[in-house]
Write a protein that binds this ligand. Structure first.
Ligand SMILES: Nc1nc2c(c(=O)[nH]1)N[C@H]1C(S)=C(S)[C@@H](COP(=O)(O)O)O[C@H]1N2
Ligand SMILES: [Mo]
Length: 349
């Protein structure tokens, strides 16, 4: 990995990852959930805040927080992962949040389903996409804009899509989108717009900066690229033993050692997790437990007989749609979707 710049350090210090030992918890405590904020956390006075539902709808709506709280509520455990997870392990690296592998978390999000609200507003004929606008404004790629993302109407109408006002049973904290955020289970993090202020139905493809410039897989700047959507499979292991402070190398006692971790995919259920010790082609199956929910990670365990010496542990997940983690990263300019297998260095004595 080439040297991290002071600017990247600044981003990394604002936006933290989930410490990997937290993988032991099926539901990530809120303060340990990863965080990604492009601009500033907006200051919101909930008594004045309103959500505008408009555009190509028959009955535009203005909803206060109490209106949303009085609608039918649903709670879903959802695994969220930043599309840039793994970016710092790519070379060359585009200057952005330099994640290693732990930009992930699973929380219980409570909110009201989006579909019924859109149907109440009444989708006019000729609708193509739904645009979600956050309150946060900044400059990225030289362009000033509000944080905005869109979904195709069919994706926005899916049952599991929520307008969430609570996480793990508490009102959203400022950093996770107070007072309201979008939750789109299965999709990479950028989709889950925080600090929502408007939902606008449009008749053509939305071309905002975070949609058209960012979050596309491109090999060169002049390519249109393909949009980043659902999470590719990934598996992470709870680092065994104890760490060395700076290198994070692990020290483990020789003998039986139970490795445990979690795996997820936004495309289909996790079907298999395999563990590899010290490279080569030998992968052994881990034992899977039930997924925390249809939209959340699956636990796994593997009995490792730790022999003395230096080792490298790898784990890889496969989903029921036939996706498997690659051994080596697939490079793209934005540094998205690097779901190459995790590698953990362990010294056994
Ligand atoms: N309004 C707004 N929504 C946003 C963002 C943002 O910067 N502004 N960041 C997105 C990205 S890139 C990610 S990965 C997730 C992170 O959600 P979390 O911080 O709650 O974990 O929020 C998404 N929603
Ligand atoms: Mo992200």
């Amino acid at each position: 990995m080439e040297g991290i710049t002071v600017q990247e350090l600044g981003l990394a210090a604002r936006n933290h990852a989930m410490p990997l030992e937290t993988l032991r918890e099926p539901i990530t405590p809120v303060g340990l959930h990863y965080l990604l904020i492009h601009f500033d956390i907006p200051h919101v006075d909930a008594s004045r805040w309103e959500l505008a539902v408009g555009g190509l709808v028959e009955r535009p709506l203005q909803l206060g927080l109490d209106d949303l709280l009085s609608r039918p509520a649903r709670t879903l455990a959802v695994t969220l992962e930043c599309a840039g997870n793994g970016r710092a392990l790519l070379s060359p690296r585009s200057p952005s949040q330099p994640w290693l592998t732990e930009a992930v978390g699973t929380a219980k999000w409570t909110g009201t389903p989006l579909g019924p609200l859109l149907r109440e507003a009444g989708l006019a004929p000729g609708t193509a996409e739904v645009v979600f606008t956050g309150l946060d404004r900044g400059v990225q790629g030289g362009v000033e804009h509000l944080y905005e993302r869109s979904l195709a109407v069919d994706d926005a109408l899916r049952d599991e899509v929520l307008l969430a006002y609570a996480v793990n049973g508490e009102p959203l904290p400022p950093q996770h989108g107070y007072p309201l955020r979008l939750i789109v289970p299965g999709w990479y993090g950028m989709t889950h717009v925080k600090w929502l202020s408007a939902i606008t139905v449009v008749g053509e493809e939305f071309r905002g900066w975070q949609q058209e410039e960012a979050y596309r897989l491109r090999q060169s700047d002049d390519e249109v690229g393909t949009p980043v959507t659902r999470m590719l499979p990934r598996s992470l292991v709870v680092p065994p033993g104890i760490p060395e402070f700076l290198s994070r190398t692990r020290f483990v006692d020789a003998g039986p050692c139970v490795l445990e971790g979690r795996a997820w995919s936004g495309w289909a259920p996790i079907e298999r997790v395999e563990v590899n010790v010290d490279g080569g082609d030998t992968w052994a199956d881990a034992e899977l437990s039930d997924a925390v929910s249809t939209y959340a990670w699956t636990g796994w365990r593997f009995a490792w007989d730790a022999g003395p010496g230096d080792h490298e542990l790898c784990c890889r997940a496969s989903d029921a749609a036939g996706n498997t983690q690659p051994n080596d990263p697939k490079w793209n300019i934005g540094g998205y979707c690097n779901n190459a297998v995790q590698r953990v260095s362990v010294t056994v004595s």
